[in-house]
Design a protein around this ligand. Structure first.
Ligand code: GMT
Length: 381
């Protein structure tokens, strides 16, 4: 197949899923064309069967605001036509599904067609898509995609109810390379982070308010009342300054390590004991899955798709978002009970391997592509 993939190339999980999917499809011999405004960060070197097309954003003086959505449509048209793509798989509805829809209409005028598959990832449905100005467009673009997938059952249900959508949405969970993300302690790195054998908590995200990163710091301060511990914070974003201020206010400067944006998360996760994800909204929680694959139990909030990933009292614990006392209690329960910790760690790894390995999930996307390509009629308005 010749597949076009559009995603946000930044550090978000939707870009990671899109890129890893493209890499797997390419390994299976498919031709994959990434169409995005920058090269996705997990695609920084040459991969056979993968091509990258940069969306050029026009800077004509009249356009005070950037026309990303239209520039993307133009690039999609060019790539579909000249590379003879079979389908366009867009990740994150806004504005990618709308741009793809527009490209499809233009192609139809030229007696050509392309199948569009939209993957819904999270805040495109649960947050920004619900803004009254966006809602009708998001609904329209979902209803007029040839195929739609969601990364959890929760997100599928939310899409149907929030947008009053009458459309088949296929749930295809996120996935992880369990051979790359594997339990394999790095004693040297651990020693530099926790020189006195402190326990290590870790959190990775884009530090947006929805992630409640400050809660991880408050959890650490509660845990530290009982045992020596450190917190590793990986990533960057709008809430980082607030977090740094909180760390200073709580006098935790020596115990919270801000690493900023990092590649090679698999090497960092393995130095930690527990992964924290106290989000206010989370459709799946890809970074928690990557941690589980490294054998880290997860203590998270119970929102969104997290209960589909974290089995309470088995692979980790879930608590109501904002309930930092309970989360700290769960962390302490695991860190003070070696046998229990080992069991949870093994369970977490096993769940990642048996339910979410890339070898299990990627074929589901391929099957879905084949099904959509066989559909005769495209939805039309
Ligand atoms: O919706 C977002 O916040 C952005 C998106 C992203 O690009 O990181 O994150 C969502 O997609 C990820 C990949 O499918 C999921 O693992 C995240 O749970 C989801 N984020 C939220 O729902 C907040």
């Amino acid at each position: 197949m010749k597949i076009g993939i559009t995603c946000y190339p930044t550090y978000g999980g939707s870009g990671v899923v899109a890129t890893e999917l493209g890499k797997e499809l390419a390994l299976l011999g498919h031709e994959v064309h990434f169409i995005s405004y920058a090269i996705p960060h997990r695609l920084m070197h040459f991969f056979e069967n993968i091509y990258y097309h940069q969306v050029e954003i026009s800077s004509y003086p009249l356009f005070e605001q950037q026309l990303y959505g239209l520039s993307l449509t133009s690039k999609m048209l060019e790539v579909v036509e000249f590379e003879k793509l079979d389908l366009l798989h867009v990740h994150y509805a806004i504005p990618h599904a709308v741009s793809a829809y527009l490209a499809k209409q233009v192609l139809k005028q030229n007696h050509s067609d392309i199948k569009i598959i939209t993957t819904l990832h999270g805040t495109d449905i649960t947050l920004v898509g619900l803004e009254p100005s966006f809602l009708p467009l998001v609904k329209f673009s979902i209803e007029n995609s040839d195929g739609v997938t969601a990364v959890s059952r929760f997100l599928k249900e939310k899409s149907i109810t929030n947008y009053n959508i009458d459309k088949d949405i296929e749930v295809i969970y996120n996935f992880v390379d369990t051979k790359l993300f594997k339990p394999d302690k790095n004693a040297q790195l651990r020693k530099s982070i926790a020189p006195n054998n402190e326990k290590v908590l870790v959190h990775t995200s884009n530090f947006r308010p929805v992630k409640r990163v400050c809660d991880t710091i408050k959890i650490l301060s509660l845990v530290k009342k009982e045992l020596p511990a450190k917190l590793l914070l990986v990533g960057d974003g709008p809430d980082r300054s607030d977090c740094e201020r909180l760390v200073r206010d709580l006098g935790l400067q020596d115990d919270v390590i801000f690493l900023g944006k990092q590649d090679g998360l698999e090497e960092l996760l393995i130095v930690a004991d527990i992964f924290l994800m106290p989000s206010q909204s989370e459709s799946f929680g890809l970074s928690a899955l990557e941690a589980m694959s490294c054998g880290l139990p997860v203590v998270s909030s119970s929102v969104g798709g997290l209960p589909e990933l974290v089995n309470h009292n088995e692979t980790g614990f879930i608590a109501e978002f904002g309930d930092i006392n309970r989360m700290a209690k769960y962390v302490l329960d695991l860190l003070t009970n070696e046998k229990k910790y080992k069991k949870f760690s093994n369970n977490a790894r096993e769940k990642a391997v048996t339910s979410f390995d890339k070898k299990i999930v990627v074929p589901k996307y391929l099957e879905y592509y084949e099904k959509i390509l066989l559909q005769k009629e495209s939805p039309s308005v």
